[in-house]
Design a protein around this ligand. Structure first.
Ligand code: ZN
Length: 365
C-alpha cells in the first residue's frame, strides 16, 4: 500500500504538472523518477509511459479503464492507477519487454533434487536430433548427416506412438534417477540440439501431432542476436508455452573444454539466467556444446544449479551417478525406423556387455 500511495502521489503530481503547466516532460519525469526508485513489478505498471502521455479528452470519460489492463497491472489494482486511464491497452505488451523486467529476474531457487541415496539405472533412449529439415542442395556430408527430413522424423514418431512409447522430459529422467519418481512403462526422450529454426516450424508441430514432448537445447546468444536460421526468443517462448522442454546449449555455443572458469561461467550461467528470465521457469538442463567437457566444466555446470548435463556420447544406459554425463542415441540424416531401432538395440547390447570392445563398434548406416 505504501508503494501504491507513492505511485498515487507521483502520478497525481505528474498529472497536475502536465495539466497545469502543459509540460509533458515533467509528467514523464515524475513517473521515470518513481520507476528508478521502485524496481518491482509494480514499477512496470506506472512506468508505461510510452508515447501516449498526451492528455486527451477521453481522460475524464474512461476512469474505469484501470481495472482492465493486463495481468501485470492487475497485480496492483488500486485506485492510484487512475492517472494512467488513458493508456491504450495496446501499449501494455511492450511493458514486459523493458529491461527492468527481463534483465533483473528474481533468483529462482532450483536446488538439485536431493538424491535419496539409491543407485538407479534408466534404459531410456534419449534420441538426439539436430536439423529437422532436408539438407539444402550441395550440403556437405556433415550437414547431411545432421539433417533429418520431416517425413523421416514423422515416421519415427508414428512408430513410437504405435508401439506404445510415452515421451518423458529430462526433468522426468532426473527425478527418476535421483528420487525414484516413476517413469512410464515405455519411456523415450526426444532431444534437439543447436536451436535451429526448423525446430519450431517442423519438429514441434509433428511432436504435438503425435502427442509427444521434446527437449530443445537452445543457444541464447543467437536468440539475442536474432541470428538467421536459429530460434528467436519469441519462438522459444512459444515452444515452451506449447509444453516443450527448453534447455541451455550455452550462451554462444562455445567449446568449453580446457577453458578458464570465468569463460565457462559466462557461457553456462549467462544462458541459464537468460532462459529463466524469459521463460519464467527454471532451466535445469545443460547440453555441452560439441559434446566437449572436462571436470571443470562439470563442476561449473553443477554449481550453476543445473540438474543434468547431456553429452553426445552414445549409449542407452544412464545412471544416478552419471547425471552430468547423460548419453544419447544419435539420429542421423537418412535414418529410417529400422536404422533407428537397430542402433538402439546395438547400443543396448553394447551397454550390456561387461567389457565393450570399441573396435567392433560399427553400425549400419
Ligand atoms: Zn551443438
Amino acid at each position: 500500500m505504501r508503494l501504491g500511495r507513492a505511485l498515487l502521489w507521483g502520478g497525481a503530481i505528474g498529472l497536475l504538472l502536465a495539466l497545469t503547466c502543459g509540460c509533458q516532460r515533467q509528467f514523464v519525469f515524475s513517473f521515470t523518477w518513481l520507476a528508478t526508485q521502485t524496481p518491482t513489478t509494480t514499477v512496470t505498471c506506472t512506468a508505461t509511459p510510452s508515447s501516449t502521455h498526451t492528455p486527451t479528452p477521453t481522460r475524464t470519460t474512461t476512469p474505469t479503464r484501470t481495472a482492465t489492463p493486463t495481468a501485470s497491472i492487475t497485480q496492483t489494482p488500486t485506485p492510484t492507477m487512475s492517472p494512467t486511464a488513458t493508456r491504450s491497452p495496446t501499449a501494455s505488451p511492450t511493458v514486459t519487454r523493458t529491461p527492468t523486467v527481463t534483465l533483473t529476474p528474481t533468483p529462482t531457487p532450483n536446488p538439485f533434487p536431493t538424491p535419496d541415496g539409491m543407485q538407479r539405472e534408466a534404459w531410456v533412449p534419449i534420441l538426439m536430433y539436430h536439423y529437422i529439415s532436408a539438407a539444402p542442395a550441395g550440403a556437405d556430408a556433415l550437414r547431411r548427416d545432421l539433417s533429418v527430413a520431416p517425413a523421416d522424423f514423422e515416421a519415427h514418431l508414428r512408430y513410437f506412438r504405435d508401439a506404445g512409447y510415452e515421451s518423458i522430459t529430462l526433468y522426468d529422467l532426473a527425478m527418476y534417477l535421483q528420487r525414484g519418481v516413476p517413469l512410464p512403462e515405455k519411456p523415450i526422450c526426444f532431444t534437439f540440439d543447436d536451436g535451429y529454426r526448423d525446430h519450431v516450424t517442423n519438429a514441434v508441430p509433428l511432436l504435438l501431432k503425435y502427442g509427444f514432448r521434446g527437449t530443445f537445447f537452445v543457444i541464447t546468444g543467437f536468440a539475442d542476436e536474432g541470428r538467421a536460421g536459429y530460434l528467436s526468443w519469441d519462438d522459444i517462448i512459444s515452444m515452451h508455452a506449447a509444453g516443450m522442454e527448453i534447455g541451455s546449449h550455452s550462451y554462444m555455443h562455445a567449446d568449453l573444454a580446457g577453458q578458464t572458469a570465468e569463460h565457462i561461467v559466462w557461457q553456462v550461467l549467462g544462458a541459464k539466467e537468460a532462459l529463466e528470465a524469459r521463460l519464467g521457469a527454471i532451466a535445469p538442463l545443460f547440453c555441452y556444446p560439441f559434446g566437449h567437457y572436462d571436470d571443470l566444466v562439470i563442476a561449473v555446470v553443477r554449481s550453476a544449479q543445473y540438474w543434468v548435463g547431456v553429452t553426445t556420447a552414445q549409449g542407452l544406459r544412464n545412471a544416478s551417478d552419471g547425471v552430468f554425463e547423460l548419453r544419447r542415441v544419435r539420429v542421423r540424416g537418412g535414418d529410417d525406423v529400422d536404422d533407428l531401432l537397430l542402433n538402439i538395440e546395438y547400443l543396448r547390447n553394447l551397454d550390456l556387455t561387461p567389457t565393450p570392445t570399441p573396435i567392433s563398434a560399427t553400425r549400419r548406416g
